[in-house]
Design a protein around this ligand. Structure first.
Ligand SMILES: *Cc1c(COP(=O)(O)O)cnc(C)c1O
Length: 410
């Protein structure tokens, strides 16, 4: 199946019992079994079946399978948010004394989460750039994971996924990629050798801002066979290429219980059917707006990877032929100008979110990154005069008109 077809038909051919085209919404905490023996068989792992919705639910599972198909993964685990997906994905691998590496341009929430892993004796090294030189000197025998975003939010640094993947392969380190900003329509990290793909489904996958959620996609890596990944060995023996997912489901996933609700899975299943069409429109509007802002005298700098002056232009061209998503940032010279601009917008909403059908704007320095130090903000590409725009799928002329009238008042 081609990608757009998988979004609609991947691992799904209608409900066999009723013929319903959409995945039925199973709102049930638990599932009945006629005999005690049947339930025993499930708990003993001799048979599969639904028991309790913290452990498994048919609607949630349908969503997991659809995303696994879209990402070319072997399996996926849906979670209550993007943050819980990242936490569970990492803690399924890491133990006290371990090290991990993350790019410093990542989403502020993730940056803070990783900083706090120090409290559990897990050391996170933040690198401004992930390349052969920086990674080779940062990776030690204790390094278990390299974590990066396909395109950093809001720094908009573009990951050279092939290079990082090659180094992780050589050093036998798990390569985990947060692809929230690019979605499986623009980038499928597993094809480039990533071991794990993570999404905040709250953004482009859901598509209309109606459900918080996350997902961890398992690429079926062979790396877990190495003795250095203690804790995986029993799962490798029993579940082979599903070892990572089996451990996640059996241990921390089930124990923490940060599951996606059936309702949110249903909303995401509806959302993902139009992902390809939406991303095409998002990307077209984003480059249109970026080029317009470039010519505007109130805007001092525009950051979008597919603009020729971007330091990531070449790499963005290489990986993002269909578009480099729809997040851009621009600088207005002062915090006052940035605030004035935001306050005068009428169509565009001032809020902390991305990936909505609507165009959104935010001032990161005073919101998402308010608790970070000046140095941390700089590392994340956040300045006092910078605004971040998540370009929606309205008509571009309406977006430009709103921006133009607001900039006139700055
Ligand atoms: C929003 C976001 C997250 C966090 O996801 P939530 O669903 O808000 O918990 C993680 N990574 C990236 C890149 C994001 O944009």
């Amino acid at each position: 199946m081609e990608f757009q077809t998988k979004l609609i038909h991947g691992n799904w051919s209608g409900d066999s019992k009723t013929g319903a085209t959409n995945v039925p919404l199973y709102y049930s905490n638990a599932f009945i079994y006629k005999s005690a023996k049947e339930l025993e068989n499930i708990f003993a792992g001799r048979e599969t079946g639904y028991v309790y919705s913290r452990i498994g639910n048919p609607t949630v599972e349908a969503f997991e399978k659809r995303i696994a198909a879209a990402e070319d993964g072997v399996a996926a685990v849906a979670t209550s948010s993007g943050m819980s997906a990242i936490y569970l994905a990492m803690m399924n691998i890491l133990k006290p004394g371990d090290e991990m590496i993350a790019s410093s341009g990542i989403f502020g929430g993730t940056y803070n989460l990783f900083k706090h892993l120090e409290d559990y004796s897990i050391h996170v090294k933040f690198l401004g750039k992930l390349d052969e030189e920086t990674l080779n000197s940062a990776i030690t025998d204790r390094t278990k994971v390299v974590f990066a975003e396909t395109i950093g939010n809001p720094k908009l640094d573009v990951l050279d996924i092939e290079t990082v993947s090659m180094i992780c392969q050589k050093k036998n380190v798990i390569f985990a990629v947060d692809s929230t900003i690019t979605s499986p329509y623009l980038m499928r990290p597993i094809e480039y050798g990533a071991d794990i793909v993570i999404h905040s489904t709250s953004k482009y996958i859901n598509g209309n801002s109606s459900a918080i959620g996350g997902i961890v996609v398992d690429g079926g890596s062979k790396k877990y066979r190495d003795d250095k990944f203690t804790g995986f060995q029993q799962y490798v023996k029993r579940y082979g290429k599903f070892a990572y997912t089996a451990k996640l489901r059996n241990e921390i996933g089930k124990d923490i219980g940060a599951v996606m609700s059936p309702m949110n899975s249903f909303l995401n299943l509806v959302g993902i059917e139009s992902l390809g069409l939406r991303m095409t429109a998002h990307c077209q509007n984003a480059i249109g707006l970026a080029e317009y802002l470039l010519t505007h005298d109130k805007i001092l700098h525009v950051n979008y990877p597919l603009l020729e002056h971007s330091s990531y232009y070449d790499i963005a061209k290489k990986y993002y032929k269909k578009g480099a998503s729809a997040i851009l940032t621009c600088r207005l010279g002062s915090k006052e100008n940035a605030f004035n601009f935001i306050d005068n917008l009428k169509l565009i909403s001032n809020l902390v979110n991305i990936g909505d059908a609507r165009t959104l704007i935010v001032h990161p320095a005073s919101t998402i990154c308010i608790h970070n130090t000046y140095e941390e903000k700089e590392q994340m590409g956040v300045y006092e005069d910078l605004v971040r725009i998540s370009v929606g799928i309205e008509e571009l002329t309406d977006i430009l008109e709103d921006i133009d009238q607001a900039l006139k008042k700055v």
